[in-house]
Design a protein around this ligand. Structure first.
Ligand code: DX5
Ligand code: ZN
Length: 221
């Protein structure tokens, strides 16, 4: 049985001055738009505050997968669900009460995501898997697009696939995903792929999303 595959392009490397147009280029061929929210505290970069992120979410023609790279995420995570995100991902490293926050995201009607940075093991977070609709394994240090894919994260992807077993939990990888690296990630067990610079640096971003999907479509378990 082949795993369902999702391409969730990140707009971090898109032209922020023309986001509607940029999103419009890829919306029809993407499963979700990956929105990287950075507060310049949890990561050394800033992208959107809640107000500007909300506008993007409410104007987005397809579902939004919010990746919250923010400190003290407990209060704000449910609000991203409330404002209409399809999925809201918190970082294990930024969350005091992970179970409570994952439950709060779900109770507002969104899928719950739990992310780990490269240096963070997944083993410590298996205990939350009943509350998780998607695990996010960072394949770069969070904060910036255009970084090099970290091959040494594939062992963690395999470990996460073992944690998931046959449950319908998505396994997302984020950072350095391109035509050169996506097959490495799918073979390790990922099924949901964030691609930022590979998509928005391409001459035809929509064609790039289609090419990425073709490379991994129908991959057996
Ligand atoms: C990095 C973000 C990623 C990033 C991916 O902190 O979480 O989503 O935008 O960009 P690329 O695909 O260029 O590595
Ligand atoms: Zn991200």
């Amino acid at each position: 049985m082949s795993r369902e595959i999702r391409i969730t392009p990140s707009i971090l490397n898109a032209d922020f001055d023309h986001l509607d147009k940029e999103i419009g280029k890829i919306a029809q061929v993407s499963d979700l738009i990956h929105l990287d929210v950075m507060d310049n505290i949890f990561v050394p970069n800033f992208t959107f505050d809640f107000e500007s992120a909300s506008k993007i979410i409410q104007n987005c023609p397809i579902g939004v997968d919010a990746h919250l790279m923010v400190a003290d995420v407990e209060e704000i995570a449910p609000l991203y669900a409330q404002v209409g995100c399809e999925s809201v991902t918190i970082h294990a490293e930024a969350t005091k009460d992970i179970a409570k926050t994952l439950r709060a995201i779900r109770s507002e009607g969104a899928r719950s995501g739990l992310a780990v940075k490269p240096q963070t093991s997944i083993a410590d977070y298996e205990q939350f898997s009943d509350l998780v609709d998607m695990f996010l394994i960072m394949t770069v240090e969070p904060g910036f697009g255009g970084q090099k894919f970290m091959n040494d994260m594939m062992e963690k992807v395999r470990a996460t696939r073992r944690v998931i077993g046959d449950r319908p939990i998505w396994l997302q990888v984020d950072g350095g995903i391109s035509l050169e690296t996506i097959e490495i990630a799918v073979e390790a067990g990922a099924d949901t792929f964030v691609a930022g610079s590979a998509v928005f640096k391409a001459d035809d971003p929509a064609a790039m999303v289609v090419s990425l999907r073709e490379l991994v479509r129908g991959v057996a378990n």
